[in-house]
Design a protein around this ligand. Structure first.
Ligand SMILES: Cc1cc2nc3c(=O)[nH]c(=O)nc-3n(C[C@H](O)[C@H](O)[C@H](O)COP(=O)(O)OP(=O)(O)OC[C@H]3O[C@@H](n4cnc5c(N)ncnc54)[C@H](O)[C@@H]3O)c2cc1C
Length: 493
């Protein structure tokens, strides 16, 4: 029998929706991510009702099938048309932006019970929390509970560009990123899930003499660490990406071993393997407070009851400041929205992820042919917001069509946003704070995805007494009492 299609744009069949259900995905946001339904040009207009009907048939309750957040633009629109808008006339910040619909929690049938106690409770089921849970379990600490307030991939880990690069400007970042790249290359085999790792390299474009000098300095450091980074003149850069306007930059740097992954299966891979080793992951469970006795946290309170704990890890990303505050611990994190978009698929034309230094612009081409790109906005105010703006579309479209005029005819399919978890020195906050058993794992700004695999190994070593990397002495919360660490400033976006 032929396959019965529910989503024509993305070729999603009834069987795939059933597989998603069998894998534990009940809410529409999760089923959308697992199958890809509703992410094509029609944005769910033709398939949402069909998938909803199938999930109801399988046993979902009407309450948990609230439609997923509709993503702008309402219909595909060319970058060239958007580039004609003047960003200066469009509202800055979160003004007038409808927030994402709050995720609907499955009914009691869809929720697994909470254990009464766990040796380690991890707050936050993003890439940092899940990778740590997996690495702890691999080291024999399996009584680990991960609590996630929404579905997996609801936070920045499900909303990012998937870029993984070793082209950094400090030995520490190079060391972590190289290890992460190594783990990314093996991820599909080790974790049994395809993360579409594409080692197309990163191409940094330097539009000023000062930035050229910076790339040259970085390249010398990279050579010392065995990276294959080369500084290129304009003609050499055009050999790698022929459609760039060479008047927009002076020189470039390229490391062919950097790459891009598809974030969603990365999280499912970590969660699935961690659970197979004994970790418990509970979605739709929000941490609401802590109980303490003397210098220790004794219980984690949630909207589904309390859990006694040996240790607690705060891996709540942009929400980590709020989670720390629940324990009375103040952190200097500044969550800041960062927007991103995807276009219609094109024939293959772009190998590396391209980043234009100084502008915040970056873009890559996915294995399915879409351009995926984002751009930071210096005017963005602090705050957790995952809504999308027209100002971003105008700014991004202007920047990319100036740099690669060929993109003017390419249509934007979908935009979305997540938050960078920014600290004053752009470095993470690691180790215990406030209580001897309250561990911090946040403040990864715009590079937490690529650092997570390597950082999780080191963190698990620390928590299981296997070793203490120098990172934990350099990046405790207490460093801010002394003015912070040396600022990390080779950040994209
Ligand atoms: C648009 C964009 C592009 C990016 N591009 C890249 C890139 O190319 N490469 C890269 O390396 N990084 C990139 N980043 C950064 C990267 O996504 C983050 O650094 C990383 O995902 C952080 O992971 P996390 O686990 O700390 O946070 P999250 O993924 O946000 O996870 C935290 C989780 O905690 C949950 N939570 C919060 N409060 C509670 C509570 N009270 N109880 C229970 N759960 C709670 C949240 O729901 C969330 O799922 C990008 C980020 C954005 C927004």
């Amino acid at each position: 029998m032929g396959k019965r299609l529910l989503c024509g744009c993305e070729d999603v069949s009834v069987e795939e929706v059933r597989r998603a259900w069998a894998a534990g995905h009940r809410d529409l946001e999760s089923v959308k991510r697992f199958t890809g339904f509703g992410t094509g040009p029609c944005q769910g207009k033709s398939c949402l009702a069909l998938v909803t009907r199938e999930l109801l048939r399988l046993g979902a309750t009407p309450g948990e099938l609230a439609p997923f957040t509709a993503r702008p633009p309402r219909e595909p629109v060319a970058l060239g048309a958007l580039a004609g808008l003047d960003p200066g006339t469009l509202p800055v910040g979160h003004e007038g932006i409808p927030p994402d619909a709050p995720p609907r929690r499955p009914g009691p049938d869809g929720l697994r019970p909470l254990p009464s106690r766990a040796d380690v409770v991890v707050v936050g089921g993003g890439v940092l929390g899940l990778s740590l849970a997996y690495e702890l379990a691999r080291r024999g600490t399996t009584d680990v509970l991960v609590l996630e307030q929404a579905y997996l991939n609801a936070g920045a880990s499900g909303r990012n560009g998937g870029g993984v690069r070793a082209q950094w400007s400090t030995p520490t970042m190079i060391r972590l990123a190289r290890r992460s790249l190594e783990l990314c290359r093996r991820f599909a085999v080790d974790m049994g899930i395809n993360v579409w790792f594409r080692p197309g390299g990163y191409l940094f474009l330097a539009p000023t003499a000062e930035q050229v000098a910076r790339l040259e300095q970085n390249a010398r450091l990279h050579a010392e660490h065995g990276l294959r980074t080369r500084v290129l003149d304009r003609a050499q850069a055009l050999e790698i990406v022929p459609h760039l306007d060479p008047s927009r930059f002076l020189a470039a740097s390229h490391n062919p071993d950097d790459g891009v992954v598809f974030p969603w299966p990365f999280l499912w891979g970590y969660a699935g393997k961690a659970e197979a080793l004994g970790v418990q992951v509970r979605t739709f469970t929000r941490v609401t407070g802590f109980r303490r006795a003397g210098a220790a946290l004794t219980h984690v309170e949630t909207d589904r009851g309390a859990v006694a704990c040996g240790a607690v890890v705060n891996a709540a990303g942009a929400w980590s400041k709020g989670v720390a505050a629940l324990a009375g611990v103040a952190t200097p994190n500044r969550p800041t929205r960062h927007e991103i978009l995807v276009t219609e698929p094109l024939e293959p034309w772009l190998d590396p992820l391209v980043s234009l230094l100084g502008s915040g612009l970056y873009f890559s081409q996915s294995q399915r042919g879409e351009l995926v790109g984002g751009m930071g906005d210096p005017a963005e105010p602090e705050g957790v917001s995952q809504g999308s703006s027209l100002r971003f579309l105008a700014r991004f479209a202007g920047a990319i069509t100036r740099l690669a005029p060929r993109t003017a005819g390419v249509k934007v399919l979908r935009q979305w946003a997540g938050c960078y978890d920014v600290t004053p020195d752009n470095n993470p906050i690691l180790g215990p704070a406030g209580f001897g058993n309250f561990f911090q794992l946040h403040g990864l700004v715009g590079h937490g995805f690529m650092m997570a695999p390597a950082l999780a190994e080191l963190y698990a070593d620390l928590l299981t007494g296997r070793g203490r990397d120098e990172l934990f002495d350099r990046f405790p919360l207490s460093r801010f009492e002394r003015g912070g660490a040396a600022r990390e400033d080779f950040i994209i976006g």
